[in-house]
Design a protein around this ligand. Structure first.
Ligand code: CA
Length: 187
């Protein structure tokens, strides 16, 4: 089973983790591009009150933020198989200055999407020389209040409360309508 806490390898303080993400990395010398294949996630936490999540992954090659990719949404799935490939044009010698940033989100139809967590790869040569495809598993670090979770939670619970009130209101109108039409039918 997965440990819920790990030490952050930069700051040596405990980091809450929530599942794992697997992807592969390779450098395409002909196209001069970093090729990232997002494979799958395991044991994601449930963000919806139905006890599941609708995950998708956004990916950046920092510090560039303009170019970003994202996977499809996998509805009601805590172990999604993404298997999608993205290609970032970048000169090989520049790779040592770049960081890969994955953020895992839960899609919500009516409210802002919850960030589940993130994975940052700050040394792209840590795992291989990138000349051939290398598969990597990384712990997903849970989103903190800094990334806006608490604000989103407030917005979400307020939305759910409004929906509930609206439904109660509609049901009550329907009951009154039924009572009146039943009475009218008697006369
Ligand atoms: Ca959702």
């Amino acid at each position: 089973l997965l440990e819920p806490y790990h030490l952050c390898h930069d700051c040596r303080i405990p980091v809450e983790t929530c599942g794992k993400l697997s992807f592969s990395l390779r450098y395409d010398y002909e196209e001069q591009a970093l090729v990232v294949r997002i494979l799958k996630a395991l044991d994601l936490p449930a963000k919806d009150f139905t006890g599941t999540s609708d995950p998708y992954v956004k990916i950046y090659l920092l510090p560039e933020r303009k170019k970003k990719f994202q996977t499809r949404v996998h509805r009601k799935n805590l172990n999604p198989m993404f298997d999608e490939t993205f290609s970032f044009p970048v000169v090989y010698d520049e790779l040592c200055n770049r960081k890969l940033h994955f953020s895992v989100y839960d899609f919500d139809r009516f409210t802002s999407h919850d960030m589940i967590g993130e994975v940052v790869v700050d040394n792209l040569f840590e795992l291989s020389d990138l000349s051939r495809e290398a598969v990597v598993w990384k712990d997903i670090h849970a989103a903190t209040t800094v990334s806006g979770r608490s604000h989103q939670d407030t917005a979400k619970s307020s939305h759910m409360w409004k929906t509930l009130l609206y439904k109660k209101h509609c049901n009550r109108k329907f009951v009154l309508f039924r009572e009146r039409s039943d009475q009218e039918a008697l006369y």
